[in-house]
Write a protein that binds this ligand. Sequence first.
Ligand code: DLL
Length: 433
Amino acid sequence: MIWNEKAECMEIQETKQLQLEKLQQVVKMAYENVPYYRKRFDDEGISPEDIQTLDDLEKIPLTTKADLRGAYPFGMFAVPSDDIVEVHTSSGTTGKPTVSGYTKRDIEIWSEVMARALTMAGATKKDVIQNCYGYGLFTGGLGVHYGTHYLGATVIPISAGNTQRQIEILKDFQSTIITCTPSYALYLAEVLKKEGVTEDDINLKAGLFGAEMWTEEMRNEIEKRLKLDALNIYGLTEIIGPGVAQECMEKKGLHIFEDHFYPEIIDPNTLQTLPDGEKGELVLTTLSREGMPILRFRTRDITVLTRGKCECGRTLIKMDRITGRSDDMLKIRGVIVFPSQIERALLKIPGLEPHYQIIVTRPEHLDELEVQVEASPVLVSDEVKHVEEAKRMIEKRIHNEIGLRVSVNLVEPESLPRSEGKAVRVIDQRKFD
Ligand code: DLL
């Protein structure tokens, strides 16, 4: 069943025509109502009238996360604050987050794309959707929530965490669809097994997993253990939240809802636009949003775009699963962390050398963060008790900075590898490509 056949099965020429019309409107609106865009356009000597074809989009400067932070909190809004009905922020915990503002119409669009995403996963009005994405400023919880309402299915707004309760609800309410991060899905599967819960006790048929990178191998594991169809859902706060793209049952890439979001791929080094089929950084432009139109947002996510009719009948362009980032952003248990935040916490502490390494692992299917840092000779020669105290204090400081628990290991001075070029700060052992 296709949710919105008109929007999802258009001929390419029709799609392009629609995109161009919407693009011209959104560019005009951004220029007229967002001082940031007006200045960027004026500085570059371009005007909204210069956008006569979709290819003209390349003339528009790219927007970065830093640009959005610079406009914190509400500088990117294109409508008076009276018309903003909801705000969300990106999932990082320190520094200024990026803020996303929605009008009533934006929430409707978000609800509709999320309903389409759920439909791609086979959801209908009859389904019971256990929504384990976090509710709050994070877009995961409410995004799925709105989509479920729009579809008319039943949502269980249980939010993230509390695995015992999740299991109880899975059994008692016989949830048919689950929404959470893929790593949490694997963790849940493991706990279910430990507790002797079998497939006869639960009733899951599909899961919408996203908000972090995952692999085909992880899909196979999740499907084997939870006996469901594991589908990939992609999105980001700056653009709308979840519901930018979704995999259908073919499981061969994610359909981008290109009537609302215009995708491009650029070379992250030269910033040149690349043709379909080439791997690079995904850049997205919102085509329908009123509250916060975003032109050419650098997602930093690495993928490939491909066009062609899918076996499912949709003609929407597809993106491959995300295989990397063009910056050093990490997502740890769904939370955005930049190594520089950890560095900032470390450098404030006397007795530490500015040599550290961040090791990310995924034992038991949940992310763990270890920070190895060189202590000064004085600190390491100190009594064990003091070293332990120092370790705890550093762990606490990092926790305050990034909002996540980490384990710190103080290592001997000069023991971490030195590099002649870019220091290798992060060793991510989770393997995504
Ligand atoms: O993670 C929105 C979301 C919620 C998506 C629930 C899917 C499900 P942010 O916290 O702003 O928003 O993080 C956005 O997360 O740029 C990617 O790097 C990463 N990401 C999101 N979905 C996927 C995915 C939400 N399916 C950032 N695969 C994005 C890989 C993903 N990475």
